[in-house]
Design a protein around this ligand. Structure first.
Ligand SMILES: Nc1ncnc2c1ncn2[C@@H]1O[C@H](COP(=O)(O)OP(=O)(O)OP(=O)(O)O)[C@@H](O)[C@H]1O
Ligand SMILES: [Mg+2]
Length: 327
């Protein structure tokens, strides 16, 4: 179990990137969802032990990772947002280099380990190709190969799906889901679909604060009977944007397909009730900073109250997917 308590990070400037983030993560995939500049990478870097927090505590299976960085390094796989490769090396040579840097032991020899890891991420076919010829998805999978070396307890992947085409994204989803079967995988993203596809639990972060920590089902349930869908001309859409809470407007066959959030349940004329999506929930959260019925972390940095996000997470874990039990 990974327990993060009241993490604060103030960069010189000063820029407060994290304002007291607490969460508890059990085995499996956990998503950290948030817009640009939310503090995701700062959070991931602190957890990975490459950035010191201003204050706060991180424990992995009961051990303080900030006090035992060496112990953490042995149990961690980390794929940073910006991962540098030497483009002229082959995939195989690049991986060998990264494993040496990481100090991974290979009881059955380095060659066997490299081959095994490439096989695990489906890159055997490209082992002898230079990295500069790899697609975005292939590079990400090579990055994951070094992260999973040594069978880490915790894997941290920072925006691994950014810039991938749908097919490559799907391939990466399958790989990540498999990795999460027997360990903790922490994934950050600004793509709601990543969470919908992969994460049984997730947190939303913005401005260095957690806005929610919940499950996709609970987030959708919070909007039951408040989402309505209909079509609108451009003028009508403009008016709707002024008077209503539009969560989405997409062109479908040349017409605006519009979704609105109406907490009181009064839809615009011609609009009909629609099941809420995770995207709706995210957009409402971004607009309101909260989602009715979903726990939020609103305590100021440094303050400790009985109901921290950690307590919320424990409640979520014990009540399962039952939103009504958490009111
Ligand atoms: N080294 C730094 N010095 C000063 N400010 C920083 C530094 N790194 C990040 N920041 C600031 O901290 C805030 C959080 O940045 P961070 O990179 O953690 O966000 P993020 O959620 O990962 O964003 P993105 O989605 O763009 O990757 C931003 O305001 C950013 O400008
Ligand atoms: Mg980032």
């Amino acid at each position: 179990m990974l327990v993060v308590e009241d993490l604060v990070k103030v960069y010189p400037g000063p820029v407060t990137a994290l304002q007291g983030v607490s969460l508890t993560v059990e085995n499996g995939m956990f998503g950290l969802l948030g817009p640009n500049g939310a503090g995701k990478s700062t959070f991931m870097k602190i957890l990975a032990g490459i950035l010191e927090p201003t204050s706060g505590r991180v424990r992995l299976d009961g051990q303080d990772t900030l006090e035992n960085p060496k112990r953490l390094a042995e149990r961690l796989g980390y794929l940073p947002q910006e991962f540098g490769f030497y483009p002229h090396l082959t995939g195989e040579a690049m991986l060998r280099y990264l494993l040496r840097l990481k100090g991974v032991t290979a009881p059955r020899g380095e060659k066997a380990l490299v081959a095994e890891l490439l096989e695990q991420v489906n890159l055997t076919f490209a082992a002898k190709r230079r990295v500069k010829g790899y697609s975005g998805g292939m590079r990400q999978r090579l990055g994951i190969a070094q992260a999973i070396a040594g069978d880490p307890r915790l894997i941290i992947v920072d925006e691994p799906t950014a810039g991938l085409d749908p097919e490559e994204r799907l391939r990466l989803y399958r790989l990540l889901a498999e990795l999460a079967e027997k360990r903790i995988v922490l994934l950050s993203t600004h793509i709601v679909e990543d969470v919908a596809v992969l994460c049984p639990r997730f947190a939303v972060i913005r401005g260095g604060r957690l806005l929610a920590m919940t499950t996709p089902a609970q987030a959708r349930a919070a909007l039951t009977n408040t989402i309505f869908e209909g079509t609108a001309s451009n003028d009508e859409l403009e008016a709707l944007r002024r008077t209503r809470r539009v969560t989405q407007a997409v062109l479908v066959e040349g017409r605006n397909r519009v979704r609105v959030h109406e907490p009181e349940g009064h839809p615009p004329a011609g609009f009909t009730s629609a099941p809420a999506t995770l995207e709706d929930a995210y957009l409402v959260l971004m607009r309101d900073g909260r989602l009715a019925g979903v726990e939020t972390q609103t305590t100021p940095a440094g303050a400790t109250t009985p109901l921290t996000a950690t307590a919320t997470a424990t409640a979520a874990a014990t009540t399962g997917d039952n939103a009504s039990a958490r009111t």
